[in-house]
Ligand binder design. Structure first.
Ligand SMILES: N[C@@H](CCC(=O)N[C@@H](CS)C(=O)NCC(=O)O)C(=O)O
Length: 196
């Protein structure tokens, strides 16, 4: 499998999941501004939507969208997605929440033309959403039941961004982030993307 990624972007969640799940993969860095891969290919021809993650699952077959890519990896490795039962749907639910309520809310922090008012609004919204996911986590080690899942990989990236943007996090999420960061697969992905 080939993961098209950008350093520190949401594709880091899939990068972590590929390592954590022990799946063979190669990484291809994408310059998101130029829409060029590190080997000089036109990224728009690979993913016409122009964004990462994009995962080549078979020669010429490219899967996009964080939720789909993460579910594919979870299904493939069998370790990061419950095979059946309510917890499988809890993982899907968590992925949807992270994608639509957390990930999207970061937009004003990445848009150079966003106003301070938009950023303040995003700060307040994210504080509420992080509070809700902290309540869901409670005093457990992972988001769903007792099993590390692709949802933890995705939430980890949101927490990395939160730290970089100096957003205040509930203490349970801050310690959850530190715990995940210490896992070998997470540390390896961070090192491979040269993220300190
Ligand atoms: N709907 C997409 C959004 C992915 C996305 O926002 N990717 C960002 C990086 S975190 C990106 O590549 N942005 C560059 C661009 O949109 O041109 C998904 O959920 O996978």
């Amino acid at each position: 499998m080939k993961l098209f990624y950008a350093r520190g972007a949401c594709s880091l969640a899939s990068h972590i999941a590929l390592i954590e799940g022990g799946l063979d993969h190669t990484l291809v860095n994408v310059d998101l501004r130029a829409k060029r891969t590190e080997d000089g290919e036109d990224f728009s021809a690979i993913n016409p939507k122009g964004y990462v993650p994009a995962l080549e699952i078979e020669p010429g077959v490219v899967l996009t969208e964080n939720i789909a890519v993460l579910l594919y990896i979870g299904e493939k490795d069998g370790a990061l997605l419950p095979a059946a039962g309510n917890n499988r749907w809890r993982v899907v639910e968590a992925l949807a929440f992270i994608s639509t309520e957390l990930h999207k809310s970061f937009k004003p922090f990445f848009r150079a033309d966003a106003s301070e008012e938009e950023r303040d609004h995003a700060r307040a919204l994210l504080a509420r959403r992080f509070g809700q996911i902290a309540d869901q986590l409670g005093d457990r080690e992972v988001l769903v039941d007792q099993m590390l899942s692709v949802a933890d990989c995705y939430l980890f990236v949101m927490l990395l961004w939160a730290q970089r943007k100096e957003l205040e996090l509930p203490p349970t999420l801050a310690s959850y982030y530190e715990r995940l960061k210490a896992r070998p697969a997470f540390a390896q992905a961070l090192a491979e993307e040269q993220l300190g």
